[in-house]
Write a protein that binds this ligand. Structure first.
Ligand SMILES: [Zn+2]
Ligand SMILES: [Zn+2]
Length: 406
């Protein structure tokens, strides 16, 4: 369900008010969209937010470890839930908490926040602070380079074979191939390791080596490679990497032609949207069997599609990434669903209206539609027309790969 008008989106979220009032914070968490005027139930700060995330990470790994070592056989059906928890918490570590630390929005002090980024990125093996600052703050957030060939995410998409001018069917096939491609996963992992152990400052290299050597040393010493593989490596490598790909494929209107008449703010807005998870509730007044079918379908999509998408692909404030582009310096990132809605309630002063997209499939579909409508030659790719040094650089870029696009 795509809702590009704020009114329609408000209606979708408002339909959930047929559920009891005490459940509404839960629906805000699941969908990512708050009700007008709604205030957060709990006011976390960055430290309590981090603590909750580390508890979730430990619970995910611990529960998976227990299932495969001591749990009754039937608990194996719960293993995917443990993997989801671990992968989600790891993504929050890197793309939410470490991300806002690089914006100096954890303690508010540059040195401490850089250190927090370095520790968290070491923990989940992603970009070190220096590389991330360059890719994210200097390139992704700057209006001159945001969503251009200089943006590392666009370079990454080109490297993976997502190119302007491809049909939406070809792009979907490309995505399906990437998800199961050993090469995609191998290169992604290689890049993560290289950014931790080679392409970083010496002190960060020491951190990466010491951490990985200790973990792998203990695993070898205790002879628990099988348990470690199932409980840690599965969620932290293949699952993490697939959801990272889905996240940045749905994040911005990559390759949407830049309208030169737009201001910097309007450009950011034209390329950004909120990604919400949920369907409108079935209408009232249906017959008994039609209502049963409609509710079964609504529930199945919620449990099997929308909640996994929210937990894995757009956890934390990734659902409100458009709000982050408007307010990269806000301290409200720990409760971004509410803060974004408060901004809408206030008339989003000095900024154009928000765009809301409901459903991860729709968000990815928007990006694929834009890609299919653009011409490779217009981007200096695959043709002689308007070939630029930037384009050549992007097309040839195979040595660098961003882990996280937020
Ligand atoms: Zn940012
Ligand atoms: Zn962004």
């Amino acid at each position: 369900m795509t809702a590009t008008s704020a009114v329609r989106s408000e209606e979708i979220r408002a339909s959930y008010q047929r559920f009891p009032r005490w459940t509404q914070h839960g629906w805000t968490w699941i969908t990512g969209k708050a009700l007008p005027g709604q205030q957060p139930l709990v006011r976390l700060n960055p430290f309590t937010y981090l603590l909750c995330d580390l508890v979730a990470l430990a619970a995910g790994i611990g529960s998976a470890w227990w299932i495969i070592t001591r749990g009754p056989t039937w608990t194996l059906v719960l293993l995917p839930l443990s993997w989801c928890l671990t992968a989600s918490a790891a993504r929050v570590c890197s793309t939410v908490i470490a991300h806002h630390a690089i914006h100096t929005r954890f303690t508010g002090r540059i040195r401490q926040d850089r250190l927090i980024h370095q520790v968290l990125s070491t923990l989940v093996c992603t970009d070190d602070a220096d590389q991330y600052y360059e890719d994210h703050v200097n390139l992704h957030h700057r209006k001159e380079t945001f969503a251009t060939l200089a943006d590392p995410t666009i370079q990454h998409l080109l490297m993976l074979g997502f190119r302007p001018g491809m049909s939406t069917q070809a792009l979907k096939r490309r995505l399906a191939l990437m998800i199961v491609s050993p090469r995609f996963h191998g290169e992604f992992l290689y890049t993560r390791l290289a950014q931790n152990l080679v392409r970083c400052a010496p002190y960060r290299r020491v951190m990466g080596f010491a951490y990985l050597a200790s973990v792998l040393g203990v695993v070898t010493w205790q002879g628990v490679w099988w348990e470690f593989t199932v409980a840690v490596l599965v969620p932290m490598i293949p699952i993490y990497q697939v959801v990272a790909l889905l996240e940045f494929l749905s994040e911005h209107a990559w390759f949407k032609a830049k309208d030169g008449s737009l201001s910097g703010r309007a450009f950011h807005v034209s390329h950004s949207w909120g990604r919400f998870c949920g369907d409108p509730l079935p209408p009232k007044g249906l017959g008994r069997s039609a209502a049963f079918r409609a509710w079964m379908r609504w529930s199945a999509r919620l449990v099997c599609y929308h909640i996994p998408a929210r937990v894995l692909v757009v956890p934390g404030d990734l659902a409100q990434h458009d709000f982050h582009h408007r307010r990269p310096s806000t301290r409200e990132w720990v409760r971004a669903a509410y803060a974004r809605q408060h901004d809408i309630d206030a008339g989003h002063p000095k900024w154009p209206a928000y765009t809301d997209v409901w459903g991860m499939g729709d968000a990815i579909g928007r990006v694929f539609t834009i890609l299919s409508q653009e011409k490779a030659t217009e981007w200096g790719l695959g043709g002689e027309k308007r070939r630029t040094s930037e384009g050549t650089q992007a097309a040839n870029s195979s040595s660098r790969m961003v882990n996280d696009a937020a």
